[in-house]
Design a protein around this ligand. Structure first.
Ligand code: IVH
Length: 681
């Protein structure tokens, strides 16, 4: 006799199967998107699947998987890195800078192999930081930085947030080695790098000089949510060990690509020295089109048996070498050093030079960063300087052509003593390289900069107020600080002839709408030094409202995961300043959100109910409905099963969900019916 399954057990089983299916699908879509750059589904559909998986995982803690696609979002856990010894030391490569040196390498290899024919695998030299990944049974076990070459930091949690690194490998389990190591480079693509620096400038943090520093700073972060937000990428280029799947380096990498790793397409197997030169010449020119930074070419003997024959020196393999691209450099004359004041009051010296052509653009200005840099260069007025493009984007002065200095006693370039904008005496804090203008309340670029930051898209999102208009209103005396925005009326903004009434109204409406911006973004908008978006979110979630935050001591702040000395001190200093407190008070009066909504238990009307939300809504957002369900004791679930109590069905509910609800006999509640239910009607 067949014993019927308990329905609840049966549905639990279905949900578990769904979890497994979703994980597989999401791994596949991740691969399509991040490695193959050929997504099959929209970002939104991807997010929906991910949300469904997260909801199901929450219901089935016994199905937890450290390699689930849901771990990509990172966590706020603060950890110290564990040290891990490398199974094979992580060596560096010998560097060459000229064709002659490449020819010499080629000749050494030929000689070392006693005249056997050989091939050279030519690759790009990625300019990031190296990483070693260990996989066991097709799953990422841990990820370790190069460290000192013998042992490195275990940065597994951070690495898991990099979406192009597969957590689970594709391909038949039987074809995968049980355990293997693969090495590659973690990079910050140009696009992420530029975005990050714009954000850092806004929140008053020092800029990263190049994507390599940015990638390295990011990977060492103790907060994997920060890592997740920064858009790192990774290319894999080497499988050490004796038990690799193929006999040649090239085939090993192609195999790795099949398993799901991101392997560069820019690779070729050269049979002659001329083919090696062709590869170098091609990429010396075309590397500028790549989405990531490269600083040369790596040449590797392709056959693994031949690699073994050639062996290693103490520092590097004899079977491989790096050829470094020449950094593009130009010589030009320094005309004048001017000083720029930023939103935080930091004063940056800028070299203005005679225009010069460099790597495809005309360069006129270069940042000199701070006084120490000027001193190190021993920069004198009228000097001829050498300019290079650091990471090919930001021009840097790398040296002075001293031989061209007409007057040996030429005047040193001096850092200004007073603010070029407001005349205040500059200060330099202990341990910092930058000079600051301390005139927080009256220095125009600081005031304007804070307004610009406040209204920016990622802060209060008052998009009808661009930087130029904000500066104009500031200059006209209409706004002195961000709280003044909330007092603006249409009549203040349109001309006497009311010609600009429409745009003025749009702006006033935009400002009014910003009253709904949640507290964490308001906190970011305040422009507290070192409080970027992620930190603002963390602080808001921890303290819940501005009163508790402003009452927090440095020690209280340090208790928050992801908050270190610099952030804690900066937050404390901000709220200790009476002027900031007054500003916050005025913003509060204006109706700006200064707390996160309370998660209060409104009722237990939905206790024991599992509810699926589907479709689009008129009265409240999907997020609001989720919060309401929880507030009334219900549970949000991602997918429909027989256990689902009902579906909160908005407009445009997908046909497959509809069918599933019907099949499982799950009732649908409209938005209005749901609201009536909550109101006890
Ligand atoms: S192979 C034993 N291939 O360059 C050979 N390295 O000084 C291991 N790098 O630390 C390295 N692109 O971080 C290899 N296509 C590439 C590379 C590459 C960048 C870095 C790597 C290493 C350094 C060599």
């Amino acid at each position: 006799m067949q014993i019927p399954l308990n329905p609840s057990v049966m549905f639990q089983q279905q949900e578990k199967e769904r979890i497994l299916w979703l994980r597989k699908e999401l791994h596949r879509h991740n691969h399509n998107y991040y490695v193959k750059s050929a997504p099959e589904i929209s970002d939104r559909e991807f997010d929906e699947l991910l949300a469904e998986l997260a909801a199901l995982e929450a219901l089935h803690p016994d199905m937890a998987d450290p390699n689930s696609p849901t771990v990509r979002v990172g966590s706020d856990l603060n950890r110290d890195f564990r040290q891990v010894e490398h199974a094979y030391p992580m060596l560096s490569l010998g560097n060459t800078y000229s064709r002659e040196e490449v020819r010499a390498f080629y000749a050494r290899v030929a000689e070392g192999l006693g005249g056997q024919p050989f091939e050279i695998c030519c690759e790009l030299k990625f300019d990031g930081l190296s990483i070693s990944l260990i996989y066991e049974n097709g799953r990422l076990l841990y990820a370790v930085t190069r460290g000192d070459g013998v042992r490195g930091d275990d940065v597994t949690e951070n690495i898991k947030t990099i979406r192009s690194i597969p957590l689970c490998l594709s391909g038949e389990a039987s074809t995968l080695p049980e355990r293997f190591e693969i090495r590659g480079e973690v990079l910050m693509p140009w696009e992420s790098f530029e975005r990050l620096n714009v954000e850092r400038e806004r929140s008053g943090e020092p800029l990263f000089a190049n994507p390599r520093n940015a990638a390295s700073g990011t990977l060492k972060s103790k907060n994997s949510a920060v890592v997740a937000a920064r858009g790192l990428d990774a290319y894999l280029y080497y499988m050490p060990g004796d038990e690799t799947p193929c006999d040649t380096h090239y085939d090993n990498l192609q195999c790795a690509a099949h398993w799901g790793f991101k392997v560069s397409d820019a690779m070729c197997v050269a049979k002659t020295l001329d083919e090696v030169y062709d590869f170098i010449d091609y990429w010396d020119e075309h590397r500028r089109e790549l989405p990531v930074a490269t600083d040369g070419i790596v040449l590797k003997v392709n056959s693994l048996a031949q690699q073994q024959e050639l062996g290693y020196t103490a520092k590097s393999p004899r079977w491989a070498i790096a050829y470094k691209f020449q950094a593009e450099r130009a010589r030009t004359r320094l005309l004048e050093v001017t000083f720029q004041v930023g939103r935080t009051g930091a004063v940056t010296p800028v070299a203005n030079m005679e225009p010069v052509q460099l790597a495809g653009t005309v360069v006129r200005r270069a940042s000199l960063h701070n006084e120490d840099v000027i001193r190190q260069l021993d920069l004198r007025e009228g000097d001829f300087v050498y300019v290079e493009k650091a990471g090919e984007i930001i021009p840097q002065i790398v040296g002075v052509d001293v031989s061209a200095r007409a007057d040996a006693d030429a005047k040193h370039v001096e850092f200004v003593k007073t603010c070029p904008e407001c005349g205040a005496l500059l200060v330099r804090y202990e341990g910092e390289a930058a000079h600051y203008c301390p005139n927080y309340t009256a220095c125009p670029p600081q005031l304007k900069g804070r307004i610009e930051h406040f209204v920016s898209r990622e802060a209060m999102n008052i998009d009808s107020l661009g930087p130029e208009t904000a500066a104009l209103y500031f200059d006209r005396g209409l706004i002195r600080d961000v709280a003044d925005l909330y007092a603006l009326r249409v009549a203040d903004l349109c001309g006497a002839d009311r010609s600009r009434e429409k745009s003025a109204k749009k702006l006033v409406d935009g400002i009014a709408a910003s009253r709904q911006v949640p507290f964490d973004r308001v906190l970011y908008a305040l422009g507290i030094r070192f409080v970027g978006k992620v930190v603002a979110k963390t602080l808001a979630a921890h303290f819940r409202n501005i009163d508790r935050l402003r009452a927090a001591s440095v020690d209280d702040l340090l208790q928050v995961e992801g908050v270190g000395e610099a952030i804690a001190t900066s937050v404390k200093t901000f709220f200790d300043d009476e002027r900031n407190m007054q500003l916050v008070e005025r913003l509060m009066q204006a109706g700006v959100q200064m707390e996160l909504p309370e998660v209060v238990q409104a009722s237990d009307r939905l206790a024991g109910k599992s509810i699926v939300i589907s479709g689009t809504f008129e009265h409240h957002s999907r997020e609001d409905y989720k919060a309401m369900i929880e507030a009334h004791g219900g549970k949000n679930v991602g997918s429909i099963s027989k256990k689902t109590s009902f579906v909160l069905a908005g407009a445009n509910m997908g046909p497959s969900k509809l069918e599933k609800a019907q099949k499982n006999g799950v009732p649908l509640l409209s938005e209005d019916e749901f609201l009536q239910l909550l109101n006890g009607e």
